[in-house]
Design a protein around this ligand. Structure first.
Ligand code: MN
Length: 423
């Protein structure tokens, strides 16, 4: 059974083919209605959300291995615990019900399960157990290496042999729209004097994507690159907010800590790996050859257009980066194989982020650190101000979509407004 919905398919939901949520996408999220509305599982179609608990109650999903409680939930985890086969079949069943060929009775009953997106509130889609951040874009790693180390040795010796990563903090991952308070911390610009405690002066975004896992194998077992797809539910846009001055002082020798753990923002809709399959593309060649456990077959990168914009408080939105997920040196299959090679167990709802996604050209860099090149190339905001880093009042907006044959499979926006530091 093919998991892809053909580009030629159309839904009876009016205008949905013109949005980033056409019948080919059908991403999952958690929504609520009204002030006291309960959270439940929804699927996006056009400008609407399908209430899956209502659809289930109408017996439209009865041949699938789900209980109504799986959809009356504050997270997608219960539904995801039914496994990849069940979730893939669920999405295809919904596509069938939404197809323009459906009869009037189905359309009529189905319509009673639709909630207007503009009248719903979106919530964090998964209960995230553990969060890992990789460092898998070669252009990003090289840019940072050139800025802070010998440009001739920009990449550290391990970089092309393993997907470098660290274990991050899941508790502070928030849904798009959540305000971000500028963090305070220890900074020491020169490394020579006493450090001081102050609000970060170098608040940055990191343009990333993250994938969410199904329940993995027991501890002690490995997930191979060939098996990895079976353990990946889907992807979200991910802004890994970073405080560069705090990071610079604290990161030696164990890596990022408080410079990264105050907040990360995710987009509301989890676009399934099934929906992204048609957009697979060949990744960059890997040289030197990687160890056998990191080798893979097939086409494992994905062509996803990514954009970052800054909307200042007094001014218009300015696009500061256009990048693409296809630039990743290490793909998700390799990241998951590497993560589990020592026996680390993945759990349902774990989130594994890509690391900053920079492309090869100046307009495609994924952080202000690179875009303004360590403060040497300030960005003109068109309102009489410039940016080396993010100011209070700025809204940082990530967008992403894959596109073929005029059909866009999108993620919705991932945005956050920066508020002043607390005393
Ligand atoms: Mn990061």
């Amino acid at each position: 059974m093919s998991k892809s919905i053909p580009f030629s398919a159309r839904s009876w939901v009016h205008g949905s083919e013109l949005t980033e949520f056409p019948i080919q996408n059908l991403p999952f999220g958690i929504f609520s209605e009204g002030y006291l509305g309960h959270c439940r599982v929804g699927v996006a179609i056009g400008e609407w959300i399908i209430d899956l608990s209502r659809l289930h109650a109408l017996n439209y999903l009865s041949m699938l291995p789900f209980e109504n409680d799986d959809f009356r939930s504050k997270s997608l985890n219960k539904m995801m615990m039914r496994g990849k086969k069940a979730c893939s079949a669920l999405r295809l069943r919904i596509a069938d019900l939404l197809d323009s060929s459906q009869d009037a009775i189905v359309k009529d009953e189905f319509t009673s399960c639709l909630v207007k997106m503009s009248e719903a509130k979106m919530h964090l889609p998964v209960d995230i157990g553990d969060y890992t951040d990789f460092y898998s874009s070669e252009d990003h790693a090289r840019n940072v290496g050139m800025m802070f180390r010998d440009p001739a040795k920009a990449l550290l010796p391990n970089w092309k042999h393993l997907p470098v990563g660290y274990h991050g903090r899941a508790s502070s991952i928030v849904i798009s729209g959540t305000p971000i308070i500028r963090p305070c911390g220890q900074v020491n610009a020169s490394d020579e004097t006493q450090p001081s405690f102050a609000p970060t002066k170098q608040l940055d975004f990191e343009l990333e994507m993250a994938f969410i896992t199904f329940d993995g194998k027991p501890m002690g077992e490995r997930i191979s690159t060939a098996e990895a797809d079976d353990y990946i539910f889907g992807m979200v846009l991910f802004n890994d907010w970073s405080a560069r001055d705090i990071q610079r002082w604290e990161y030696v020798p164990l890596g990022p800590f408080l410079a990264k753990n105050f907040a990360s923002t995710v987009s509301p809709w989890v676009v399934t790996l099934d929906a992204l399959e048609p957009f697979r593309t060949i990744g960059p060649p890997q040289d030197p050859e990687v160890l056998p456990y990191l080798q893979y077959t097939g086409i494992k990168n994905i062509d996803i257009n990514l954009q970052v914009a800054i909307h200042p408080e007094n001014g218009n939105e300015v696009v500061v980066s256009n990048s693409n997920y296809k630039h990743m040196y290490w793909n998700m299959n390799q990241q998951l194989a590497h993560h589990t090679i020592g026996g680390c167990n993945m759990r349902c709802g774990d989130m594994l982020a890509s690391g900053t996604i920079s492309g090869p050209t100046e307009g495609s860099f994924g952080s202000m650190l690179e875009i303004a090149w360590k403060g040497t190339k300030p960005v003109d905001m068109g309102n009489g101000t410039t940016r080396n880093f993010i100011h209070d009042g700025d809204v940082v907006i990530l967008r992403g979509y894959a596109e073929q044959e005029g059909i866009k499979v999108g993620f919705g926006v991932c945005s956050g407004k920066v508020l002043p530091a607390k005393d």
